[in-house]
Write a protein that binds this ligand. Structure first.
Ligand SMILES: [Zn+2]
Length: 290
């Protein structure tokens, strides 16, 4: 029976059907009440997919504490690392930039994702996405990255994406490119499941003036502040230990001490969908609130 036929049949019910209709209405009301409970439950992390889209092997550490927290609570985490980290040389080791370092960092990234318990897409773009080769070098990398992110988001259908905002968290060009690419892909079409975007943010109040200009976000825009536990911090540290080519043991010791004393919170800025249409530029203003 089609829905239309069903309603036609209801219309020819005799008078006693009004009682039935009342009972049905009551049932619908009660059922919708249960549905509300269901909707509330659907906000639970259980079975949700969180995707972290970052530039380099080791960037995932920035959100690792809250990723672990949500894994503990039943969510799945998918990590996307866009570049191979081949240019990540430093004073702590003798690696030279190039294929060998890229291979080492691929292993380190896998170690980190395994400790977290996350699925990993490690793409093979070079650090700086060939910007050194000028327009032609960069454009093919940039277009390839957009296509890859589109494919991965289509396949994984994340509920939430955590990535970099316009500041790149550290003002790094790769962080910025990866963050805007993720944003561009999400905003480009009507997704079956629209992922909520969040940008990692560093509160301006915790930075000096120059760093505030380079990478700060005014505290009031960081409206999502997620607490994490000691256990989550321990896992984050364990993940950082995988990145032996990036972090010297002394650095990790310092970091461990700092983490013990600092506030256990990760700050994020949600991408907010515009909530009104306008035909005038000045209908929108960030200056009218406090
Ligand atoms: Zn990075």
């Amino acid at each position: 029976m089609t829905a239309l036929q069903h309603f036609k049949n209801i219309s020819v019910f005799n008078r006693s059907s009004s009682f039935l209709a009342y009972v049905s209405l009551l049932f619908v009301f009660l059922y919708s009440g249960f549905c509300d409970v269901g909707i509330a439950q659907s906000n639970s992390p259980e079975d949700k997919v969180i995707m972290g889209i970052f530039a380099h092997p080791d960037d995932e550490i920035l959100a690792s504490t809250i990723f672990h927290k949500y894994i503990r609570e039943g969510a799945e985490v998918v990590l996307v690392t866009a570049t191979d980290g081949r240019l990540g040389t430093n004073d702590y080791n003798d690696y030279e930039a190039g294929d060998e370092l890229a291979e080492v960092r691929r292993g380190e990234m896998k170690c980190s994702a395994d400790i977290l318990g996350a699925k990993l897409y490690h793409l093979d773009y070079e650090d700086q996405l060939k910007t050194a080769e000028g327009f032609d070098g960069f454009v093919s990398q940039s277009q390839g990255l957009l296509e890859d992110l589109h494919r991965i988001i289509s396949d994984e259908q994340p509920d939430v994406i955590v990535t970099f905002g316009p500041d790149g968290f550290s003002n790094h060009i790769d962080h910025r490119i990866v963050g805007v690419s993720a944003t561009q892909v999400v905003l480009s079409k009507k997704w079956e499941k629209i992922p909520q975007l969040f940008y990692m943010g560093f509160p301006s109040s915790q930075l000096d003036e120059m760093n505030m200009i380079y990478r700060g976000t005014l505290d009031k825009y960081l409206t999502v502040q997620i607490p994490y536990s000691e256990q989550d911090a321990d896992v984050a540290l364990e993940m950082a230990r995988c990145h032996k080519s990036q972090f010297a043991p002394q650095m990790l010791e310092m970091w461990e001490k700092r983490m013990q004393n600092q506030e256990k919170v990760v700050y994020l800025r949600p991408f907010v969908k515009p909530n009104k249409e306008a035909d005038d530029l000045f209908e929108y203003s960030l200056t009218t609130d406090d």
